[in-house]
Design a protein around this ligand. Sequence first.
Ligand code: AMP
Ligand code: MG
Length: 371
Amino acid sequence: METKFWELKKDPEAAIAEAAALIAAGEVVAFPTETVYGLGADGLNPEAVAKIFAAKGRPADNPLILHIADPEQIETLTGGLNANARALMETFWPGPLTIVIPRSEIVPDAVTAGLDTVAVRMPSHPVAAALIRAAGCPIAAPSANVSGKPSPTNAADVAEDMKGKIAGILDGGNCGIGVESTVVDTTSPVPTILRPGGITREMLEERLGAVEIDPALNGNPALRPKAPGMKYRHYAPQAPMYLYEGKQAAQRLAEAALHACKQGMRAGILCDDAVKTRLEGSLRRGHSLEILSWGEGKSDLAEHLYELLRDFDRLTPQFIIGMGVDERGLGLAVMNRLRKAAGYQILLAEDDCVTVKSGKVFPEFLMLADN
Ligand code: AMP
Ligand code: MG
């Protein structure tokens, strides 16, 4: 299939109208949102929805989010909204928040994977909103990556995964937030975060009072996540990845990087600007490391994480060592993605020693303080 490519800078209205017509005709089009790029199809048309699963190679038991452009559009999709759902819609829409609510009859089983709930979001990105309005239907849209790969945050990364498989790609530049929406189940007695994202736990608690976090999100394989998609290997770069967490993570990462370099290992280093600058100050030209920095704070990390993981796939290091951040604010969402990317191979660097937080097999030099 030939994939159309629309540069939105040129004539955005014509491009969005063309893309919307394809969606209304049952085709799949990728489009930008404020979180990551979505792979959109008519959410009430089971055949169109089936094309999303085929293009992504997505397991059929992983339900999709329906995207709407106006809050009233939710009424026909649900059997009823409780006070928590309404409070979240009023406070955080449009924005990076998905609410899980009781479904209505018109939502196809393919969208909900047979569950009696449906996930709905109203994105704030102007292109996404215009596309949904022009298509005249709720748009079912997962992230526009092949299942298991990091989500795309720019149109080139979408094209890498989807060229030839879908009808078109709307290029709206880089996504601002960079990690997927927060998914909150409003049907449980206490609203529960099923996937951390751009709307933080603190923001939800301020609005709703108590909020729970799905206990399965900490990586315990014995627990089954309530969002079916969270159980899959996800966000993973091709090279094995190890993560330092804790107060001395940056220091240990820098030491491990220097050790790897001395041994001539082609190690990928995922760090912030401060560690990158420090390392480059002590390395000779032509060294063996691939050092990628996300910038300064957590929002830089969220914005660039997936792009950097995809860069590592192109650079093909032997392995990647990264460092974590604290879990406050956006930290919860980025740490969820980083830990998954590392397959939960995590070392804790605190009190001048390194201990295994989770995972089994680590290169020995990562465990030593003061390599
Ligand atoms: P993605 O489409 O890649 O952004 O992922 C959507 C996430 O929302 C996946 O983890 C899904 O499993 C989850 N999800 C979608 N619908 C529901 C639902 N009805 N109940 C619980 N989780 C859901
Ligand atoms: Mg996804």
